[in-house]
Design a protein around this ligand. Structure first.
Ligand code: SAH
Ligand code: SF4
Ligand code: F3S
Length: 476
């Protein structure tokens, strides 16, 4: 698709700011200040999208609440990745029938990946009549206009048409902490892994202009952000669609030139496109954290082929070997699906053997969930849920042992960590992250938040490390 059709023209973006002003005027005419609630399900991409939605709501004059009974506007940003994610959203929507009964003026909006599916829109249209508006991820940038229509025309609104998707720059944003920030570098996915709904709901791959990304990173660093995560479904596809193509490694090199004391991380990297150039670049760039999330999904080449992943077990292992050869301290994590249709016990055990061979620092593990409309959902799936659960538990046992062992290896070391928040635990009041992104519960007081400090690691468990501040005065 032509780039001019993908990037929303600035006039269109400016028009949305006008709608924000109009809504602000409407809301100000009410007796009390408007309260909004944005509830987010799903991945970091959705978290980043919700920060934009909150930015737009703030421009409309809204304050934020966590209590749905107090909210005038409720936005549920949904995830469609597994059936459970969808069930939780329907549960939340069910509860909102009561808040809407108590406050018929309340406006309820459903957006995000689930909302983009016709099947869901249909169900909401018929069975969740208290929902005023549905829009997919592609329509997020015109939320003010859509909301204005709902406010003024008093009718339900469904906007889920655009299947390709666009890029909208310059939307207002509310970031939740002053330390960590998300920066989307691209949207959509073209990979069509056979189990996955994302390409159907997030549209085609679109890369933001490198200048826009660089400007955003520079601004964040200048504002004091210390930990910046670049987001994309497959960051390795970055740049293929740009008028002057550049690749993700080139983008990292350019970002790394931004001066300051910060780390930049990224997710997610698809193994089929992650190669030596990327790993060499990571190794070379001082701001790029030595952390890699490289989802393998399965350790069996037949299953990987059926998943349409585009690599074999051996090719994956070779990439890991190379990455570690240039970054010996690399922290490596992965996603795994157990129980893909037709997967045998022996094939699932191949996944466990791969996990043991790689020795990941941590894993995100899932039992396969059929997604209507994807090719895998049509495959015969003879293995029972109970049996899959047994394989899954074996995988968890293996990984828990490995994580505990790796974490124990940190004990006694002094390492540099970034203090990112409070934990609520009196013994370890602070939370912090290593360069590789591992969680360290820390002693000290909250004046250290936002600083890099040296922590002496004194204890560990399967999920985290525990440290004492080794430096009296943190340096910002
Ligand atoms: N773009 C990322 C993944 C996004 S979804 C990537 O390619 O790695 C996050 C994870 O959810 C996937 O890596 C996969 O492990 C899991 N997942 C996706 N679809 C699933 C399904 N139908 N059932 C179970 N897990 C699924
Ligand atoms: Fe889904 Fe595959 Fe795209 Fe990741 S790369 S979002 S798993 S289709
Ligand atoms: Fe879910 Fe959409 Fe992310 S389906 S995992 S919120 S891209």
């Amino acid at each position: 698709m032509d780039r001019n059709q993908v990037v929303i023209p600035p006039e269109q973006i400016a028009r949305q700011r006008e709608f924000e002003k109009k809504i602000r005027a409407l809301l100000e005419a009410r007796q009390r200040p408007c309260q909004a609630l944005v509830e987010t399900f799903g991945c970091q991409q959705n978290v980043a999208d919700s920060q934009r939605l909150m930015g737009m709501l703030r421009e409309m004059g809204c304050a934020f609440t966590e209590d749905p009974r107090e909210a005038d506007i409720i936005v549920i940003n949904t995830c469609a990745i597994r059936e459970n994610a969808e069930k939780r959203v329907y549960g939340t929507l069910g509860q909102l029938t009561h808040t809407k009964e108590a406050n018929p003026q309340q406006i309820i909006c459903l957006c995000g990946c689930m909302a983009q599916q016709e099947r869901v829109a249909q169900k909401v249209r018929e069975s969740y009549r208290h929902v005023d508006m549905i829009f997919g991820p592609q329509a997020l940038w015109k939320f003010p206009e859509l909301l204005y229509q709902v406010c003024t025309q008093h009718r339900r609104l469904f906007s889920i048409d655009d299947e390709h998707g666009t890029i909208a720059e310059g939307l207002p944003v509310v970031r939740e902490s002053g330390v960590k920030a998300w920066v989307s570098i691209m949207y959509g996915c073209n990979n069509f892994c056979s189990y996955c709904i994302v390409p159907y709901v997030r549209g085609r791959e679109r890369s933001r202009d490198p200048e826009e990304i660089l400007a955003e990173v520079r601004e964040l660093v200048a504002e004091g952000y210390r930990d910046i995560t670049l987001l994309g479904q497959n960051v390795n596809s970055y740049g293929k669609d740009l008028p002057q193509p550049m690749d993700f490694a080139d983008l990292l090199t350019a970002i790394d030139q931004t001066p300051g004391d910060y780390y930049v991380r990224f997710m997610t990297s698809h193994p089929k496109d992650a190669g030596e150039k990327l790993f060499d670049t990571m190794a070379r760039c001082s701001h790029v954290a030595k952390q890699l999330h490289l989802p393998v999904q399965s350790g069996n080449s037949r299953v990987l082929h059926a998943m349409n992943r585009g690599y074999t077990r051996e090719q994956y292992l070779e990439k890991v070997r190379y990455a570690r050869s240039v970054m010996p301290d690399l922290v490596l994590t992965s996603d795994i699906i157990i129980g893909f249709p037709g997967e045998t016990e022996a094939e699932a055990m191949d996944t466990i053997s791969l996990v043991e061979e790689v020795g990941y620092d941590a894993l995100f593990t899932f039992i396969y969930s059929p997604r209507p409309g994807t090719p895998a959902a049509k495959l015969p799936d003879p293995v029972s849920r109970e049996e899959k659960q047994v394989w899954f538990d074996r995988l968890l046992d293996a990984q828990n042992r490995i994580s505990a062992q790796i974490h124990a290896g940190y004990v006694g070391q002094e390492i540099r960590v970034l203090v990112d928040g409070e934990s609520g635990d009196v013994r370890w009041p602070l939370t912090s992250r290593t360069e590789g992104g591992r969680l360290v519960h820390l002693t000290g007081d909250k004046s250290a938040i936002g600083s890099f400090v040296t922590a002496k690691i004194v204890d560990s468990n399967t999920w985290a490390l525990f440290g004492e501040l080794a430096e009296a005065a943190p340096q910002r």
